[in-house]
Design a binder for this molecule. Structure first.
Ligand code: MBD
Ligand code: FE
Length: 280
């Protein structure tokens, strides 16, 4: 990596902001509900200011910090790390199947399709590291296999970088849309991910330091599993005994989402997982 293509917080932040803005999101929130949420949000913030007797100097520092988060493109990062888990918790109240988790800022739709048995696109250096054979089945809530289901998988490389959010990686590195076989099965070989450090060279890093936090997420796989007529599951999977599994900066782990791979004689780590999808 050279100095000019070294990943930075503002580089990945700008890319994440551009990707998100291109989605042109909307919600059909009724006006009365929107008004109630807006009023309570403002009330909560004003309450903090009064309780902590925030000064003018502190207020101005806050204003500059908010400006910096926007200019650095870090709102996707900041919000997904510190807020999204509560939104996911609300969604989870109406789901029976496999547990979900947050999407985070680095999902890209329409990754190239791969067959049920496949190896993720990766560089030579990714292939040289520890490899994981992740296999299993996509089912309905009764355990019937869902053929032709889609398993979208994306994750960071061993250095913690995501393709399309760091300039030195091939476009679809460690990203793919796996299509399950007739029984809903899949078997994916990929690079074993490492713990992920939130970029500390921007305003989100400043914030983490200010609240005496650490910037780490446990090693994780991101997944969106979908099948026609079913609610898609957005989730993440973690590794038993891994660093930060019990102390994720993004508060996004759940006991049901922890894998326990076994390393075979051939050096491959193997683990199975089943995704049960709720009816839509
Ligand atoms: C990540 O890789 C991630 O998954 C989340 C939630 C936030 C920042 C980076
Ligand atoms: Fe991630």
């Amino acid at each position: 990596m050279t100095a000019t293509d070294a990943p930075t917080a503002s580089g990945s932040g700008t890319a994440a902001t551009e990707k998100f803005t291109a989605e042109r999101v909307s919600a059909d929130t009724p006006p009365e509900r929107l008004a109630a949420i807006a009023k309570d949000a403002l009330g909560a913030l004003n309450r903090v200011i009064l309780d902590h007797e925030v000064s003018y100097a502190e207020y101005r520092v806050l204003k500059q910090w908010l400006i910096d988060v926007g200019e650095g493109g870090e709102w996707p990062l900041f919000l997904d790390v510190f807020i999204e888990h509560s939104v996911e918790e609300v969604l989870a109240r109406s789901r029976q199947g496999t547990k979900g988790s947050i999407e985070g800022p680095y999902y890209v739709a329409d990754a190239p399709e791969l067959p049920a048995e496949c190896t993720m696109p990766m560089r030579e250096e990714d292939r040289r590291g520890e490899q994981l054979v992740f296999s299993g089945q996509v089912t309905d809530l009764d355990g019937n296999g869902l053929g032709g289901a889609k398993v979208e998988l994306w994750h960071a490389d061993a250095e913690g970088y995501y393709s399309q959010f760091a300039p030195h990686l091939p476009e679809w590195n460690l990203r793919g849309t796996i299509v399950t076989d007739e029984q809903g099965r899949y078997s994916i070989t990929t690079a074993l991910p490492a713990p992920y450090k939130i970029p500390t060279d921007g305003p989100t890093g400043q914030f983490i330091e200010a609240q005496n936090g650490h910037p780490w997420r446990p090693a994780h796989l991101h997944l969106i599993v979908s099948s026609p007529g079913r609610h898609p599951i957005t989730t993440q999977l973690y590794f038993r005994g891994g660093e930060w599994v019990e102390d994720d900066v993004a508060s996004a782990t759940k006991p049901e989402l922890i894998l326990d791979p076994v390393k075979g004689e051939d050096g491959l780590h193997r683990v199975e997982y089943r995704f049960a999808l709720d009816p839509a």
